[in-house]
Design a protein around this ligand. Structure first.
Ligand SMILES: Nc1ncnc2c1ncn2[C@@H]1O[C@H](COP(=O)(O)OP(=O)(O)OP(=O)(O)O)[C@@H](O)[C@H]1O
Ligand SMILES: [Mg+2]
Length: 328
């Protein structure tokens, strides 16, 4: 695994701290790109590694659908015949699912034109994955199954983002073994800091035993209530302990963010990132910082990989629609 590749696990064993919301919005905005913010479009794979399947339902993907999921992928024998692409929901179907979900909830409204994705692929999950921790326990190479399964498609995506469950069990270990970065969302509330030292210890253990490429990508303060002294205190404590690792962008607690999955799409797609749409604006801001960190890390390693999206467009003889005024 190349250490500079962008494979980011969105992880915190604490439940409900916006892991899924952050993974989904980050994956979508990096895939979409935003010229005025200096974020080029990119080919992105979002992996739902949580049996709750919340990342899948964020796009309106029905968890009951009998489609192959990440569970089937993890349980496949790794005999070289595996084709990860068979397990992915591509941008066409993802767009259909989002629009269908939106229409279900808003029968009298027109589907917003923004409700489509082009470069985003989803490896979905559903409740069947809850058996995986036990079933994997007896399998050889149980910690690195996901890494092995992803190896053949590593060069097919610019970025891979993994949403993990609220535990440090075998699924999360698989995610961290397959990643080179970890993004930790921290809820700006009282108990937020309690699990952080356990999480940092777990990261050190993974680095030592399973994946010495794993590094902290950043800490995102989420669900921030502007009027709350407690939110300000928790943010201050997080910044005191983790310094530059903490993203400048803070994600506020807002209905628009919480309600977005009901309308079948992440807030960064549903709403334009304007002053009025603070939820979208802040998640786009986080994506911008994430992109800058990715560039900084590549510069550190002295690499400048070609954009997968651009490479594919050139292969198709159609490089025009990929703007490339941003040099990696
Ligand atoms: N900034 C926010 N403002 C308001 N609600 C939010 C915000 N971020 C997330 N939520 C809501 O809070 C709940 C938990 O968020 P989310 O599912 O992203 O957390 P999680 O860490 O993935 O949870 P789990 O540990 O169960 O996987 C969801 O209902 C989500 O819609
Ligand atoms: Mg979640």
């Amino acid at each position: 695994m190349d250490p500079y590749k962008t494979i980011i696990s969105c992880t915190n064993q604490k439940g409900g701290c916006a892991k899924t919301t952050t993974a989904v919005n980050l994956a979508t905005s990096l895939a979409e790109g935003n010229p005025s913010m200096g974020i080029p479009p990119a080919k992105v794979l979002l992996i739902d590694l949580d049996p709750q399947g919340n990342a899948s339902t964020s796009f309106g993907v029905d968890k009951r659908l009998d489609v192959p999921t990440v569970y089937d992928l993890l349980m496949q024998p790794s005999d070289g015949t595996l084709n990860v692409h068979d397990y992915l929901i591509g941008p066409g179907i993802l767009t259909d699912e989002m629009q269908r979900a939106f229409k279900n909830m808003n029968q009298d409204s027109r589907i917003p034109p923004r409700l489509k994705v082009e470069n985003l692929y989803l490896l979905p999950s559903n409740i069947r994955l809850s058996g995986a921790e036990i079933e994997l326990a007896t399998k050889l190479g149980r910690e690195t199954r996901l890494r092995e399964a992803l190896a053949p498609v590593m060069d097919d995506f610019d970025h891979i983002i993994i949403d993990t469950p609220p535990s440090l069990g075998l699924l999360t270990i698989n995610a961290l073994a397959a990643s080179n970065w970890i993004l930790v969302p921290v809820q700006a509330e009282y108990y937020a800091l309690e699990g952080m030292s356990q999480l940092m210890n777990s990261i050190r253990l993974i680095q030592k035993r399973v994946n010495n490429h794993l590094k902290l990508f950043g800490i995102a303060v989420t669900m921030y209530t502007p009027q709350s002294k407690l939110s300000a205190f928790v943010e201050g404590e997080v910044r005191k302990h983790f310094g530059e690792d903490v993203f400048q962008t803070v994600i506020p607690r807002l209905m628009s963010i919480a309600e977005a999955p009901k309308d079948g799409a992440p807030v960064v797609l549903l709403k334009k990132p304007t002053k009025r749409n603070k939820g979208s604006k802040q998640y786009w801001g986080l994506a911008k910082e994430a992109h800058q960190r990715i560039l900084a890390r590549r510069a550190e390693y002295g690499v400048n990989p070609e954009s997968v999206l651009r490479r594919e467009a050139i292969e198709k003889g159609d490089p025009e629609h990929i703007w490339d005024d941003i040099e990696d």
